[in-house]
Design a binder for this molecule. Structure first.
Ligand code: PXL
Length: 263
C-alpha cells in the first residue's frame, strides 16, 4: 500500500531546506510525498546570502491544499514555514476543516529578509492559530524560548520546562531541539510526550548548524507517523535519520552545508 505524506511549507531555492528537503525525506523513507508551497525563499549570493522572501497568494495556497487533500485524503501533515499572518490564517482554516491523525508543526518563526515589524505578528499568529492544532511540535532553541516565553535555554532542565509550557498550548508531543546550542559533546533533544519526558542524544558533528536539519527531522517524523509508527518511535527514527544526514552533509558554494541523508 502506498503511504501518503503531506507537507505545507516554503520552497527554499538551494534545495537544502524547506519543501525540497521535506519531499526528499518523504521519498527516502518510502512514502509518496505531496507538497503545498506557502512562500518562496531565495538566498542572495550577492548580499551575504540574505533570505529573499516572497509569500504565495492566500487563494493559491488554499487551492493547493484543496487539490492535495481531495486527491489523496492525507491524515498526517507536516506544517513548515508559513511566514505571514495571512498565510497562517489560510492554513489554519484549511487544517480545521479536516480531521487529522497527526499535525506535525515545525514552528519556523522569523526568516531574515522579512520585515521585522511583521515578525511579532507572525509569531503570535502561529502561537494562537497553529499551535492548538498541532499534535507534535519541533521547535529549536530560539523557537522554543519564543513560544514558551522564556529567556535563553541553556540546560536540559530549561528545555524540559520550555517543552512543558509549549505542551500547555495544545500539542501532546513537543520536541525541543538543542542541536549544537547546548554546551557539551552531544546534540540533545528533550521530548515531552503526554507528560513523560525523555532525552535523545547523538554526538555533535562539528559546532556549525547545518541547513535543513530541522526540516528533515520534522519531515522524517511525519513520514514515520504516516507509516503508522507511534510518536516515540517516529521521533527516534527521525533523530537517527537526521544525524546520518548531518554526517553525510552536502557542501556547496554557499557558506553553509546542507543536511544530506543518503538512502
Ligand atoms: O530551515 C528553516 C527553513 C524552513 N523553510 C524554508 C526556509 C528555511 C530556512 O532557510 O527557507 C522555506
Amino acid at each position: 500500500m502506498t503511504t501518503i505524506a503531506y507537507v505545507i511549507a516554503g520552497s527554499e531555492a538551494t534545495g537544502g531546506a524547506g519543501l525540497q528537503a521535506d519531499l526528499r525525506t518523504f521519498a527516502q523513507l518510502g512514502t509518496y510525498g505531496v507538497g503545498t508551497i506557502t512562500c518562496i525563499v531565495s538566498f542572495d549570493p550577492n548580499n551575504g546570502w540574505a533570505h529573499r522572501f516572497v509569500p504565495v497568494d492566500a487563494a493559491v495556497i488554499a487551492d493547493q491544499i484543496e487539490a492535495a487533500t481531495v486527491t489523496h485524503a492525507p491524515d498526517v501533515v507536516k506544517v513548515g514555514m508559513l511566514g505571514t499572518p495571512t498565510t497562517i490564517e489560510t492554513v489554519a482554516e484549511a487544517l480545521r476543516s479536516r480531521t487529522w491523525r497527526h499535525v506535525v508543526v515545525d514552528p519556523v518563526l522569523i526568516c531574515k529578509g522579512q520585515e521585522p515589524g511583521a515578525a511579532l505578528d507572525t509569531d503570535n499568529a502561529l502561537r494562537e492559530q497553529i499551535l492548538p492544532l498541532a499534535t507534535v511540535v519541533t521547535p529549536n532553541l530560539f523557537e522554543a524560548a519564543t513560544l514558551a516565553g522564556m529567556d535563553d535555554l541553556t540546560t536540559v532542565d530549561d528545555l524540559a520546562e520550555a517543552a512543558r509550557r509549549i505542551a500547555d498550548q495544545g500539542p501532546q508531543t513537543v520536541i525541543v531541539k538543542g542541536g549544537v546550542g547546548l554546551a557539551g559533546d552531544d546534540a540533545i533533544d528533550v521530548v515531552w510526550n503526554a507528560g513523560e519526558i525523555s532525552v535523545l542524544r547523538a554526538p555533535k558533528v562539528g559546532q556549525e548548524r547545518v541547513s535543513g536539519a530541522g526540516c528533515v527531522f520534522a519531515a522524517a517524523t511525519t513520514a514515520e507517523l504516516a507509516k503508522g509508527a507511534d510518536v516515540v518511535d517516529a521521533v527516534a527514527t527521525a533523530k537517527q535519520f537526521t544525524h546520518g544526514g548531518i554526517v553525510s552533509r552536502l557542501s556547496s558554494s554557499a557558506p553553509f552545508d546542507a543536511v544530506c541523508p543518503r538512502p
